[in-house]
Each structure stands twice: as structure tokens, then as C-alpha cells.
Design a binder for this molecule. Sequence first.
Ligand SMILES: [Zn+2]
Ligand SMILES: [Zn+2]
Length: 168
Amino acid sequence: MGEDGFAGWLETAERMATVTTSELHDCHDCGVKPGELHTPGCDVQRCPRCGMQQIGCNCIYEVNNIDVDDMETEHPSIYKNGPTKQMYAKWDVEWGTRQQLWTGEWPGIAECREYGFWCLWDEANRRWMGWPKFKNITAETPGAQEDLNRLVGVCRWDIDAQKWMQRR
Ligand SMILES: [Zn+2]
Ligand SMILES: [Zn+2]
């Protein structure tokens, strides 16, 4: 998984979280309605294989047995131009059908609610207060938002359930 992708996903998620909580709406990036598939390349689309932002993860390379660390030297044209049609075709066979529909809320926030993961935006210090330092924020805390950092920090992505699950 690309570090930038992960950071970018959370950053966007945090930005959006301030406008989203518990209301269903069209996808912020591609504009589809709840219950529809995102359009290709949508920022919000979650990868069915790793649970992270699809445009930021390396899964398409991994299923095609391409080592991302060596890609610049071993596969310069893919490095430069992105995955080929054949690579997408291979991806689609196994993973395309597992693509999740846009639910109307940011991927992962339903799990945060279920597990009680909450954080709070600290306007004065321009940062999120949440896991792992701030543990006493609950759904009842005024202004509480779902804590996606905690979700990906303490849960694992379950491919069969297509959901972040708490580790046992
Ligand atoms: Zn979308
Ligand atoms: Zn992935």
C-alpha cells in the first residue's frame, strides 16, 4: 500500500467527516447516488482486497506479481503510465465483482460507529483528538466524528465480509 495513498485517504476522510456524519449523500468525488457503483478512478472507492482507498493502494500490482519497489527499473512503462489493460483485466476477474457500492457515507464510518471509535476536531490546534491518545471520546461527545485512524490502526480488513473487523 502506498503511504501517500493512505495519508491522502484519511486526509480527505477527515475533511469530509465534518460534513457527513449520519446523512446519506451522493459520492463527493464522482457524484453517484447511494446504491450505485463509483465511476472508475473515484477517490472514495474502497479497494475490495485491502480495504483502503483503491487509487492509493498497490493491490493491482500485487495481483499481477509486480514488485512496486522495483517497478521503476523492472517495468518502466507501467511505472510511468500506470497499469495496463491486461493488468486491469486480471484484476477484474478476481476483484472487480467484489467492488462495493457507494453506501451514501464514507467507507469505514459505519464500522467506527459499530465499534465505538470516535474522535474530535480540535479547531484551536488544528488536529484530530482521538486514538491512541484520547480515549474518552464517545458518540455522546458533542462534535464527535467517526475515528478512521483508529479503525485502520486496530482492525484488520476482512475480504469475505468486505468490512474492517476487530482483532481478537
Ligand atoms: Zn465515487
Ligand atoms: Zn488494495
